[in-house]
Design a protein around this ligand. Structure first.
Ligand code: GLV
Length: 316
């Protein structure tokens, strides 16, 4: 008697890699398939077809092949009580830390200022700064947000983080460093006011959609830098374009967009201060991700708790 797992991925190459990696990570009593059938107990998926779940009456769990679940949670056929799990780190945290650290270091080293000066053949030296003089905020304090905030705090930056639960806290780290956690909507403006660099790493939910609007951008210190590695829909793009044009936001490093791929005629490609990458800040590494999913499936089948369960009502 085998336990059937369906892999349903929109990318053909990733589909094959997931199938291979799951086979390698699970005993032969698990049967990995690529087409829906009524025996399937577990699903591993990235952007499933709208009606996929209708063809899976025996389904017990659904694993997202990514950290985010916004591509999945709105699926019209997803049964309301089906447990959904997402990837927790699976090799993504290290990549995300590297991407964000690079952006913060650019700010510390005034790279954008010197690049502009080069365009004008200007030789002007600016004072050097230590990380302790640069205040960085991280919005989204889950697995990836905590990894980024911790790495930056350990390098000596002044780090704040924002989370939903209404409670401020100072999180002490080894080496005498700490993270100032701002908790709850009442602390949102105070959090923004201290972010010379604001890193967005929150999930996209009805509560976070366009949370970075004209008011939020106005609350940032003048000339702040924005780094979006969460989801494009966190930002009201028109408000960002206006803030970039006025200089209220001096730079925006964007890895994620409301519509991906970003259309070729989109104003963000050429807006002042924008540097963009095509959703590559933390790619899913299939092997570690498949190991995490395999462990989850084995735990589920053994009646053990499975890490990474999505709180469906909160949307992440
Ligand atoms: C990528 O964006 C992910 O959600 O893993």
């Amino acid at each position: 008697m085998t336990t059937r797992i369906l892999v349903s991925h929109t990318d053909a190459g990733a589909q094959k890699r997931w199938e291979r990696a799951l086979r390698a990570a699970l005993p032969a009593t698990f049967d990995i398939v690529d087409t829906p059938d009524p025996e399937v107990r577990h699903l591993v998926t990235w952007t499933p077809a709208d009606d996929l779940f209708n063809a899976l009456p025996a389904l017990q769990t659904c694993f997202s092949a990514a950290a985010g679940v916004d591509h999945l949670i709105d699926n019209p056929s997803l049964p309301p009580a089906l447990p959904v799990y997402r990837l927790l780190d699976a090799g993504m945290a290290e990549q995300m830390v590297r991407y964000c650290r690079h952006e913060v270091e650019r700010r510390l080293m005034r790279k954008a200022v010197y690049e502009d000066q080069q365009q004008q053949a200007q030789w002007i030296e600016h004072a050097a700064r230590a990380p302790a003089e640069l205040s960085v905020g991280v919005f989204g304090f889950g697995v990836l947000g905590k990894a980024v905030a911790t790495a930056l705090a350990e390098e000596g930056y002044q780090v704040a983080a924002f989370r939903r639960q209404p409670q401020d806290e100072t999180l002490a780290l080894d080496g005498g460093r700490s993270i100032d956690v701002f908790g709850g909507p009442d602390r949102w403006a105070a959090f923004l006011q201290r972010c010379e660099v604001l890193i967005l790493l929150a999930p996209l939910t009805p509560a976070t959609e366009h949370i970075i609007d004209a008011q939020a951008l106005a609350d940032l210190p003048a000339g702040a830098a924005l780094v979006n590695v969460g989801r494009g829909g966190l930002i009201d793009t028109d408000a960002l374009l206006a803030a970039l044009a006025s200089g209220q936001v001096s730079s925006a490093s964007l890895d994620v967009f409301e519509h991906e791929p970003l259309p070729a005629d989109h104003p963000l490609w050429h807006a002042p201060g924008v540097r963009l990458t095509p959703h590559v800040s933390a790619l899913t590494l299939v092997e570690p991700a498949a190991r995490q999913v395999a462990e989850g499936i084995l735990a589920f089948e053994a009646g053990q708790p499975v890490p990474g369960r999505v709180e469906r009502s909160a949307g992440y």
